[in-house]
Design a protein around this ligand. Structure first.
Ligand code: NAD
Length: 269
């Protein structure tokens, strides 16, 4: 496929969307924005719910690729997750198929495999083909998204790179994030690689920077041409001094999904 130029960016009003609105255009992309909330400073953004199939069809018409960030990004009632993340993602794929869009980059999450034990020192990193082990309905919806992407590739030839994003914020704010942080600049690098790599079929990658304390295998991301430049280690001393290491046997100590792996999940910040 030739390099995409026009992108539909869903979830453009959100945290990652706001960062990517600044960081993607320098790569040469023209962005069409969509969110259920108005996008500050972007009067042309499409304000639409993922439940609105007609709006989605119009939104994808004529774009070269879709970057799908919209949805509920923490644990919530199953009904809400089902509407936004499960049905909404299927509606978006169907719109893309109908309008002949050949490539989607899908925001999956580490929480699709959140109950996976984090590796201890000397153990191998977690591979992308580790079985799904969602830690929440939220994580479950990301498992669905990855399977949906596989179906749309196998059945309809719509390509996807599913990004199991760790934590994409300007800086890591917890000790767990030292292992899974994706700097905004590396996120843009990863999106660009995912949009321009040839013949991705359905590829699953972990989304993080080149963190010294990484828990997972970045090789499928690197195979797309992703070359991360940041490392959370520069924040390690300060964060560990402030927060301390996770208590032995606590969810943050045991599992990839950390504080999501309890009922109800606990948000540390
Ligand atoms: N930020 C991270 O570190 C992180 C980590 C793992 C995965 N992700 C995933 O990346 C994506 C972006 O994350 P974020 O942190 O920017 O989340 P966010 O909650 O800040 O933004 C999500 C955006 O989606 C929009 N949205 C929600 N429901 C919608 C609907 N039904 N129709 C249209 N728009 C809707 C919201 O208005 C919001 O602007 C999400 O899919 C999230 O699950 C993010």
């Amino acid at each position: 496929m030739s390099a995409p130029r026009t992108l539909l960016l869903t979830g453009a009003a959100g945290g990652v969307g706001t960062l990517m609105r600044e960081l993607l255009p320098p790569y040469g992309y023209e962005l069409r924005l969509l969110d259920v909330a108005p996008v500050p400073g972007a009067p042309d953004a499409i304000v639409a719910d993922l439940a609105d199939r007609a709006a989605l069809r119009e939104a994808v018409r004529g774009v070269d690729a879709v970057v799908h960030l919209a949805g509920i990004s923490l644990e919530a009632d199953f009904e809400k997750i089902m509407a936004a993340n499960i049905a909404g993602t299927q509606y978006l794929y169907e719109a893309a198929r109908e309008e002949g869009v050949r490539r989607v980059v899908l925001a999956s999450s580490n929480h699709a495999v959140g109950f996976t034990r984090r590796p201890r020192e000397g153990e191998p990193p977690i591979p992308v083909d580790t079985p799904h082990r969602p830690d929440t309905f939220y994580g479950l919806s990301k498992c669905f998204g990855e399977d949906l992407a596989q179906l749309y590739w196998d059945l309809h030839g719509v390509e996807t790179v599913s990004l199991r994003i760790g934590s994409c914020f300007p800086e890591p704010t917890s000790v767990r994030m030292l292992s899974i942080w994706l700097s905004p600049a590396d996120c843009a690098r990863l999106l660009h690689a995912s949009l321009t790599a040839e013949d991705v079929a359905h590829t699953v990658v972990y989304g993080s920077s080149a963190n010294t304390r990484a828990w997972w295998d970045l090789s499928t991301a690197r195979a797309l041409g992703y070359a991360p430049e940041d490392d959370s280690e520069v924040y390690a001393e300060k964060l560990i001094a402030e927060k301390g290491l996770p208590a032995e046997g606590s969810p943050d100590d045991l599992y990839l999904g950390g504080h999501f792996c309890v009922d109800p999940p606990r948000w540390p910040h």
